[in-house]
Write a protein that binds this ligand. Sequence first.
Ligand SMILES: Nc1nc2c(ncn2[C@@H]2O[C@H](COP(=O)(O)OP(=O)(O)OP(=O)(O)O)[C@@H](O)[C@H]2O)c(=O)[nH]1
Ligand SMILES: [Mg+2]
Ligand SMILES: [Zn+2]
Length: 298
Amino acid sequence: MSTLSTPSFLASGQCLICDRVNQADAVVCCACGAPMTLINEAIEQQREPRIITILGESNVGKTVYLGFLLDMLSKRAGGLEAIPKGAYSVNLQQAVIAYMSARQFPPKTPLEVDHWKWAYYQVRRQRELDEEWFDLLLPDMAGEALAEEIETPQTYRAITGLLSKSMGALLLIDAAVAASGSPHPDYFALKLMSYVDKAFAIGRGARAKNPIAVVLCKADYCPECFDNPRVFAQTNLNRLWNLCDSRFQNVEFFAASTVGALGFATSDNGQVIPMPLHAAPRGIMEPFEWILGRIQAD
Ligand SMILES: Nc1nc2c(ncn2[C@@H]2O[C@H](COP(=O)(O)OP(=O)(O)OP(=O)(O)O)[C@@H](O)[C@H]2O)c(=O)[nH]1
Ligand SMILES: [Mg+2]
Ligand SMILES: [Zn+2]
């Protein structure tokens, strides 16, 4: 039996995400659906994990991005040493890499919170061995759940809880759709950031401090994103740009893409499906490293 006691920041059986106290044998939190295994990890490390939330509409590429990010972390990209905690932390990257190797994109993330994948990682800079480890919790939520939560706050207690506890966020946007002239990604991001503003607010009128990396995904469709993501955002996502400028102190813009070449196939029902012919991750680590730097500087 473990001799470790519950750390002071947690009550016994308290959910790490929404703070509800659950029965000792609960598998998922009865209030928000988050897995209770996360608590065991916090108890073992005796440290509260720092949460970085990946936000974005359905189909922007959250699952693919996070899968590649975790995989690169476990290969020590960016001079970071990262250790996954528990098999559940490896499931997401394994699934994404397996699909991509089979020249397919992974399926949509299910709406139900207990089907989301949560990655719990211990991270530190490899070269600075005297540097302390810190724990990161990176959940992969469903974009449709997030959309419902924004329209009707508190629908998904896991999202409400996650944002109120997040140290930082990655906001993913479909750059290809924005570049085509559609205002839709800009409006969605505007709603999302006004929701985030409430969660991160530090006082009336003050601009939120938590770092937010805006990631322009699928930049392989519009490579000009890579040249100057800020200019791209100011031009194609002007409403979002203005809100960030008014309400957030710590925002940076990045471009990312995961595929080198795409092929297209037709499904049985006549739908055209993109197929990743080969994976070529680009710009995946930069937003994450930027957030880490900001969080550690605090
Ligand atoms: N060209 C290109 N397409 C991408 C890239 N990443 C994702 N996609 C496409 O975007 C689709 C959705 O990616 P997901 O990662 O499943 O999106 P998601 O944000 O997790 O969506 P939900 O799970 O519904 O919230 C994929 O099926 C691909 O068609 C990329 O880097 N380049
Ligand atoms: Mg997904
Ligand atoms: Zn909970």
